[in-house]
Design a protein around this ligand. Structure first.
Ligand SMILES: C[S@@+](CC[C@H](N)C(=O)[O-])C[C@H]1O[C@@H](n2cnc3c(N)ncnc32)[C@H](O)[C@@H]1O
Length: 286
């Protein structure tokens, strides 16, 4: 619910604080701007020109929900939640402050809801550009506030308010992360590693992960964020049947560009062993 995170949110036009009015039917800023809360419980915080992109479509969000609900990515979600709990311990969050977690590109809220279950005193902002995702995000956890925004337009959050930012297979804006992060806060990223889902590449014609993806992410953060410790390599195998594979492929925009996808899926064996690989990286303010 937005009431749990209202003290973190900022007017996207001028960065001033927001408050809930009419029982959270709207959020307004002291400077007079007003943002309607959708009946599903999320708020769109976009400046004058509105949103320029849409993010994941309703079909992709549905495929993501289907795949994640099967539990195949449990080792990823557990690693992210454990890293968030460690980051909060390391930061020594003051007793009078409920820790604040921001997930950027939060999708259906699968990861953030799990983290809020693990860190029981925390509240979370789930931010995504996709309204289809935000509808699910708003219902993902009682201590989660769902916000539709474009990270390239700046984050609609006050300076120095967030203890942990998690970014799972989603875009990053290091300058904005450094602005909203508290001094001892951490950014936790999960990025696909070379070889991720490799067994599906050839039979389905999916593009592979670039070899230097992690290095590029670290380079792009320069001047804003620095890597803390060594990135952790996560790797595990999953036994996926054809419907799980279809859902996995349907989560990504590449699904639309694969020729004869349904025929290719039908030619796969009943089940396949597929390897998941990612890097978990922790970053702090410079
Ligand atoms: C690959 S999905 C990952 C979703 C979620 N983190 C998960 O792993 O289940 C990337 C997400 O980032 C969102 N996204 C893409 N561009 C964005 C932007 N500019 N601002 C905010 N969200 C964005 C998409 O809508 C999508 O939900």
């Amino acid at each position: 619910m937005l009431s749990h995170v209202i003290d973190l949110l900022a007017d996207p036009v001028d960065g001033t604080a927001l408050s809930g009015v009419d029982d959270y039917a709207r959020l307004t800023s002291a400077s007079g701007h007003s943002y309607d809360v959708a009946k599903q419980g999320y708020v769109t915080l976009a400046g004058g020109a509105g949103l320029k992109h849409q993010g994941d479509s309703a079909e992709m969000v549905q495929a993501r929900e289907t795949f994640l609900s099967l539990g195949h990515f449990a080792p990823f979600v557990e690693a992210v939640s454990a890293a968030a709990a460690d980051a909060l311990d390391a930061a020594g969050v003051p007793e009078d402050h409920d820790p604040a977690i921001l997930e950027v590109g939060a999708g259906t809220g699968y990861y953030l809801a799990h983290t809020l279950d693990v860190v029981q005193e925390a509240r979370g902002v789930g931010l995504d550009i996709s309204t289809a995702a935000a509808r699910r995000l708003a219902k993902a956890h009682p201590r989660l506030g769902a916000v539709v925004a474009d990270i390239w337009d700046g984050l609609p959050l006050l300076d120095d308010t967030i203890d942990v930012i998690s970014v799972i297979f989603a875009p990053r804006n290091p300058a904005e992360f450094a602005r909203v992060l508290r001094a001892d806060g951490q950014v936790i990223t999960l990025t696909p590693a070379p070889g991720h889902l490799d067994e599906l590449r050839e039979p389905l014609g999916i593009i592979g992960v670039e070899a230097n993806k992690l290095e590029r992410m670290i380079d792009q953060a320069e001047g804003h964020l620095r890597v803390l410790g060594e990135p952790e390599s996560l790797e595990f195998t999953m036994t996926l049947d054809r419907s799980a594979i279809a859902a996995q492929v349907g989560m990504s925009p590449s699904a639309r560009h694969i020729e004869d996808l349904s025929e290719k899926l039908e030619r796969l064996p009943e089940t396949m062993t597929v390897t998941a690989r990612a890097h978990l990286t922790r970053l702090g303010r410079v």
